[in-house]
Design a protein around this ligand. Sequence first.
Ligand code: ZN
Length: 247
Amino acid sequence: MNVDVHEVAPGVWQARAKHVAWVLIVDGGEVTLVDTGYPGDRGRVIASLEKVGRAPADVSAVILTHAHPDHLGSAEYFRAEVGTPVLVHEKEVPNATGAHIEQVSVATLLARVWRPDVAVWMRDIVALKAARVDRLAAVDTFTTEPLDLPGHPVPVPTPGHTSGHAAFHLPDRGALLVGDALMTEHALARTPGPQLLPSFFNHDDDEALASLELLSELEAEVVVPGHGPAFHGSPRAAVAAAAASAR
Ligand SMILES: [Zn+2]
């Protein structure tokens, strides 16, 4: 299974597959799993747990930055098969359950399929079963209170990419997990480095930029995105780079 697992802060491991990343926050024998890759990444999610010496049954909860298919991939598997609670922000519930799906349309992507990078990426995500993601049959929610889970993640609502997108601040570990509020590398990005996702992936670009301002106020030594490697620097520096690239 092709997955790279790196410890980016004490007990905080970023697992990167070809097109998406997720995070394992380890505390003793327990793990908080932040996002779950594409449906086709399931073996890689399990392999990433094994690489840190854990198994699916050690996952105390799955917390989702948002419910796009590349983050939601194995969430329903954990809930239904392993018995793991899955939590999202209240405003992300419709996206997570499929009651109201908020994501780029196939028509929007097909309009760009003349771009070689888009064509190759689309072929890959079809193979990763993006269109066949299992929505959640039941889901719990978090507020902005610190979660009583490994790493004590503090949800930071950061709407824009989706209406209920949330980042997770780990003040004890000096890390900020930003999901898709910003990313550092993507098959459809022209250059690497902190930036917003390509606009057609975002529900509301202006809201996404406003959310970056919130993130820049937080203290951390590493910023961990859902796409691309960790940014070793402050949220303020990552946000400044992302905001500059949006102009
Ligand atoms: Zn997304």
